[in-house]
Design a protein around this ligand. Sequence first.
Ligand code: ADP
Ligand code: MG
Length: 388
Amino acid sequence: MTPRRSTKPTLSPRDPTTLEAVGLGDVFFRQMVANMRNGVLAIKRDGLLVLINGEACRIFGLPVSTTYVGRPYSEVLRHHPDIVRVLAGAFELAALPNRADLRLKPTDKVIGYTLSLVRDDDGEATGAALFFKDLTHVEQLEERERLRDRLAAVGEMAATVAHEIKNPLAGIEVMAGLLKRQLAGNRDALGLVSEIINEAKMANAIVQEVLEFVRPVRLQMERTPLLHALQNAVAVADGKVRRGQIAITLDVPAEIPPIKGDGHQLTQVFGNLLINAYEALEGGGTIAIAARLTHDGDDGALLPDGHEAVPTVIVEVADDGPGVASELTDKIFNPFFTTKPQGSGLGLAIVRKIVDAHEGRIDMTSVPGRGTCFRVSLPVESTSEWVR
Ligand SMILES: Nc1ncnc2c1ncn2[C@@H]1O[C@H](COP(=O)(O)OP(=O)(O)O)[C@@H](O)[C@H]1O
Ligand SMILES: [Mg+2]
């Protein structure tokens, strides 16, 4: 076949050497486009829409319908003026956008798109086609990656400082202990020295937490029965904070398979959530821990590639404490954010880091005055080996 105008060989769907030869016609083309995992949309030069596939409708938030074709694209896409502008420029621009990206304001989705002209056999531009992909998920991953890099830099400094502080702190504790012996009988002075020791211990616990937070995490992946991790977490929390009259209910259905994860670190995740709940409840109230298994993306299953849901275990830790004020909900996972006089603000930052390492997700919902619920979603089969 000799191309007529351009130097690129053009294969027309009408070309007898192509589709008809293998027994396929336009139907195949239509089905292929309809089932593509990319958004595809095409317009004619006169401004009418000739094609829009299901993925395009999903991304634009349009109900899937066959009535769009034949209507002006500017009308069908009136809620997406940015896309209308891109398409309107197709016949004027010398260089068409290739792998550009755009944020769709109404749905807050980010798309990556390529615009190309549809040319007839004479090379005349008769239409334009837009190919695009929903990049929202990729964007979120990149955002997390950036956050991780930032934390790595801060973390290195924090680790150095923490190490430097550890030694003098240990010194203070030891020497205050020696002083205590010399002060036998002097009750006032003994009281002060005990205070010094307590404060030094507290500072040491914070330094310990900082080191835990900044240390690179290597996951020891093993089949971890969730119930064990949760029971151990309760024991960890009981060892650190007085439980008082707080009642805990634990609901882990037998159908939940063991999770591929680091048992020790998952215990820490739930331990930290429980410690926070104990502290919020101040000795009285209820904590409900409930787990369930889901395979359904609409039901909260994780979508690692943005499309396909994977089997996910969702664990909710809910307390009926004072809740989190709505203006603080964005901040509670930030390292060093705390509302407690003696808090380190690292508990939830560590939790998030470990959950991220397991390729999971953590969300919090709270009704001030009614309680707080942390929801940890973990893939049953994490592929992750280690994360910093
Ligand atoms: N269950 C909860 N109820 C109310 N507030 C909570 C709860 N869990 C966490 N928070 C809030 O999140 C903040 C950060 O928690 P965290 O990172 O564990 O640090 P810390 O416990 O040292 O303050 C807490 O200071 C508190 O304000
Ligand atoms: Mg905490």
